[in-house]
Design a protein around this ligand. Structure first.
Ligand code: ZN
Ligand code: ZN
Length: 136
């Protein structure tokens, strides 16, 4: 017989909600470490491993996206609308980029490829405004 401790289920789903709230409050595409730092204001004793586990569950549930932008670490995004990403090659900053005509262009591109395309991602790599300023 399997006994389920309903208290622990409640606690875990509450933690997951809190983590989702942190992600929804930022457009910074943070790492798990950043989320861990922020969430400690709400859940002081939470471990980084628990944060990782909850983030993975949110990804599995389709509530957030996980990206490898080539910056070494997994980054998390609660923005569910279709958007391109701009990645600064100097500071690793990730910005959402969604010009109005983008979905038409992506649809046209996907149609032009004679394969079954299920999914498209657009990554733009360069130098962000902030880094451009400090360089000159
Ligand atoms: Zn930058
Ligand atoms: Zn994004």
């Amino acid at each position: 017989m399997i006994t389920v401790n309903s208290n622990s289920i409640k606690r875990y789903s509450w933690q997951r909600e809190a983590i989702l709230g942190v992600l929804r409050s930022t457009g910074e595409h943070p790492t798990a470490e950043w989320v861990h730092q922020q969430i400690q204001a709400v859940i002081p004793n939470i471990s980084l491993g628990t944060v990782y586990r909850n983030l993975q569950q949110l990804v599995d549930a389709g509530l957030i996206q996980a990206y490898q932008f080539g910056t070494g670490k997994m980054r998390y995004d609660a923005n569910q609308s279709h958007h391109a990403h701009f990645i600064c090659e100097q500071c690793g900053r990730v910005e959402d980029y969604a010009p109005e005509s983008m979905s038409e262009h992506v649809a046209a591109l996907m149609e032009s490829v004679p394969r079954q395309i299920n999914h498209a991602e657009i990554y733009l790599y360069g130098v962000c405004e902030r880094c451009k300023k400090t360089r000159s």
